[in-house]
Ligand binder design. Structure first.
Ligand SMILES: Cc1cc2nc3c(=O)[nH]c(=O)nc-3n(C[C@H](O)[C@H](O)[C@H](O)COP(=O)(O)O)c2cc1C
Ligand code: SF4
Ligand code: SF4
Length: 437
């Protein structure tokens, strides 16, 4: 059986599945239930500084996007950091860590951007024996207007400064949680690295309005007729998160910086993809909020089964395996040629591939032959874009088949070259050496 024990910046957990800082980790009651269900670790819901806790809205705080089967695809929230007393949280953290020593317990923090505030909170968290801290530089609403959360996370200089304060004032490992609400995620990652962070985690939620009520003209969730932008998360944000993780993982300036992958992880496969792109572990929020804590059991079993099947013995055999295959567009092999192929046995003749290709792609699919409904790819027109694959309702009905070297591409009339050739040397590229000669 594959060994999925995780060691993330020295913090050990029996598996790489941690609950992200959010409602599932807001109190001991939840965290204990999560640990009983099998979660490897948690990042406790973000704590603020000593004093009267923040106040949440008293109405709806979530908006959502659903698929046609009402499966939750994206969740939006306007919740703030914990609204429970700091001392109560600290007591519970200490007790839970004592009772569950083999699980990872990291404490998320967000205090004002002055060194005194960090100096005040760090020792009291250290006292709980928690395994580490996560700096919440990501919350996109409510706290950012008060100069915290994303307001810090969008300014690399502030990130570096706060990370430095934390590293100087605590022995606990520091994980810096990044906001995706920024143009180039490598900038804040580099700043955190420069400040001495032990790791980064990403992504926090994405600025969003999920819908507008067309009777009241209020954005949802609506509080007395008004809405405010919230933070988007869940399956819909996974592609954005995967790209950001990969961007950091392959950045030579932050080489070796551990990454905790967050954003839409719902199945073991999502987790494996984050690991393959360079994450050392994953954090989960929306999937637990949608399906309950026991979903981790399927994630654990699925990951173990897949690793066994593929002969991966430990997480190190998986982590970062896909990173080297992420490249810039200009290095993609322009001599790689594929054509769509329709399996006539599987085809239900719905015509979706035809209309997609006919109206918006390359007019490469027949709709009828001799007056009979028939969908077939015309290889002399097909550019291999795979739009038809993606709109076909029958899985694996349309597949992309690469042309072997030496075969004639009927569309261009050229034989397929066995050589790798990319845009940097393409004759049409004015910047290429070949073109210059
Ligand atoms: C209701 C809600 C509250 C959240 N509160 C926090 C928070 O206090 N601190 C934090 O760092 N992230 C917070 N998050 C963000 C999550 O930790 C996580 O980064 C995000 O939801 C993406 O993961 P997911 O797609 O698995 O949900 C919150 C998310 C939700 C849905
Ligand atoms: S791969 Fe693109 S061009 Fe080819 S048949 Fe499908 S949609 Fe048309
Ligand atoms: S979309 Fe798929 S099932 Fe529908 S006609 Fe095309 S190949 Fe057949």
């Amino acid at each position: 059986m594959a060994d999925i024990r995780n060691n993330f910046v020295g913090i050990k957990s029996p598996n790489p599945f941690w609950l992200a800082s959010a409602p599932p980790t807001d109190k001991a009651y939840n965290v204990v239930r999560a640990f009983k269900a099998g979660w490897g670790g948690v990042v406790w819901k973000t704590l603020g500084e000593e004093g009267p806790p923040v106040v949440n809205v008293n109405g709806p705080r979530y908006g959502a996007i659903w698929g046609a089967d009402r499966r939750l695809l994206g969740l939006n929230n306007i919740e703030l950091i914990t609204d429970r007393q700091l001392q109560l949280n600290l007591q519970e953290i200490k007790q839970v860590k004592k009772d569950w020593p083999d699980r990872a317990l990291v404490v998320s923090l967000m205090v004002p951007c002055v060194e005194e505030s960090w100096k005040a909170i760090l020792p009291v968290v250290e006292e709980t024996e928690a395994d580490g801290i996560e700096l919440n530089f990501g919350c996109p609403h409510g706290m950012s207007e008060r100069g915290m959360g994303a307001a810090v996370g969008q300014v690399p200089e502030y990130i570096e400064m706060v990370v430095r304060w934390c590293k100087a004032n605590t022995r606990m490992p520091v994980i810096t949680k990044l906001t995706p609400n920024i143009t180039d995620v490598r900038r804040p990652a580099r700043a955190a690295f420069a400040g001495g962070t032990d790791a980064v985690s990403l992504i926090n939620t994405i600025n969003s309005i999920t819908s507008v009520n067309l009777d009241t003209f209020s954005p949802e969730p609506s509080i007395d007729g008004k809405g405010s932008h919230g933070g988007y998360c869940g399956p819909a944000v996974k592609p954005i998160a995967l790209n950001m993780v990969a961007e950091i993982a392959r950045d030579p300036e932050t080489a070796g910086l551990p990454i905790s992958g967050i954003g839409g992880v719902t199945t073991w496969r999502d987790a494996a993809e984050f690991l393959a792109l360079g994450a050392g572990n994953v954090q989960v929020c929306t999937a637990a909020m949608t399906y309950g804590f026991k979903i981790v059991q399927e994630m654990i079993a699925g990951l173990e089964n897949w690793m066994d099947e593929k002969g991966h013995q430990t997480l190190d055999d998986v982590c970062g395996r896909a990173t080297k295959n992420v490249t810039d567009w200009q290095y993609l092999n322009l001599n790689y040629i594929a054509k769509a192929h329709i399996d006539q046995e599987a085809c239900i003749k719905c015509g979706r591939c035809y209309i997609a290709c006919e109206d918006t792609s390359h007019q490469a699919i027949t709709s009828s032959v001799n007056g009979v409904r028939h969908f077939e790819v015309m290889e002399d027109e097909c550019v291999g874009c795979n739009l038809c694959v993606n709109v076909c309702p029958v899985e694996n009905c349309i597949t992309m088949v690469p042309l072997a070297a030496g075969v004639l591409d009927q569309r261009t009339g050229k034989t397929v070259s066995p050589e790798y050739a990319n845009w940097t040397t393409h004759p049409n590229n004015p910047m290429s050496k070949q073109a210059a000669e």
